[in-house]
Design a protein around this ligand. Structure first.
Ligand code: UDP
Ligand code: MG
Length: 144
C-alpha cells in the first residue's frame, strides 16, 4: 500500500469536474483517505511548489494555484503514486494519452486540472504540507 497527494486544481473545480475526477480515482482502485477544500495563499502555493522555484513558469503557476479554491486529497492503494500519475496523463494535455484526466479536462499546460506526487519522497512532503496525521483515515482494504 502506498499513499500519494492529489490536487484538483482551480480550473477543474471552477468548471465542476470534481465529482468526475473522484469517480476516476475511486473507479480505479484508489481510496480517498483524507480530503479538504482550501483557497491557498500565494505564499502557500510557493511553498508547495518550491522545487520549481527557479523555473520560468513558477510565478504564473503559483498565481494560478492561489487564484481560486482547490480540492486536496490523500489517495491510498497499490502503487498509488504511479497509478494516479497514469490516470492524470502527461503534464501538457496536448501530449496526454486518450482517456486520461488531463486529455479530457485540462485547459492548457498550466491549467491542467490535477496534481499528483511524483515519488515517495515528494508524496511524503506534500501530504504533510496539507494534512496532519489525525486528518488521514486509512481504511481496511476491501476490493481493489
Ligand atoms: N507547468 C506550467 N508550465 C510548464 C510546466 C509546468 O505551467 O511548462 C505547471 C503545470 O500546472 C504543472 C506544474 O507546473 O502541472 C508542475 O510542473 P511539473 O513539471 O511538476 O508537472 P506535473 O508533475 O504536474 O505533471
Ligand atoms: Mg510535478
Amino acid at each position: 500500500m502506498e499513499r500519494t497527494l492529489a490536487i484538483i486544481k482551480p480550473d477543474a473545480v471552477e468548471r465542476g469536474f470534481t465529482g468526475k475526477i473522484f469517480d476516476r480515482i475511486e473507479g480505479n482502485g484508489l481510496k480517498i483517505i483524507a480530503l479538504k477544500m482550501i483557497h491557498l495563499t500565494k505564499k502557500e502555493a510557493e511553498g508547495f511548489y518550491k522545487v520549481h522555484a527557479q523555473r520560468p513558469f513558477f510565478p504564473g503557476l503559483t498565481t494560478y494555484m492561489s487564484s481560486e479554491t482547490v480540492v486536496i486529497a490523500v489517495l491510498e492503494g497499490k502503487d498509488a503514486i504511479k497509478k494516479w500519475r497514469d490516470l492524470m496523463g502527461a503534464t501538457n494535455p496536448k501530449d496526454a494519452a486518450a482517456g486520461t484526466i488531463r486529455k479530457d479536462f485540462a485547459v492548457d499546460i498550466e491549467k491542467n486540472s490535477v496534481h499528483g506526487s511524483d515519488s515517495p519522497e515528494s508524496a511524503s512532503y506534500e501530504i504533510s504540507y496539507f494534512f496532519s496525521s489525525i486528518e488521514i483515515f486509512s481504511h481496511k482494504r476491501t476490493k481493489t
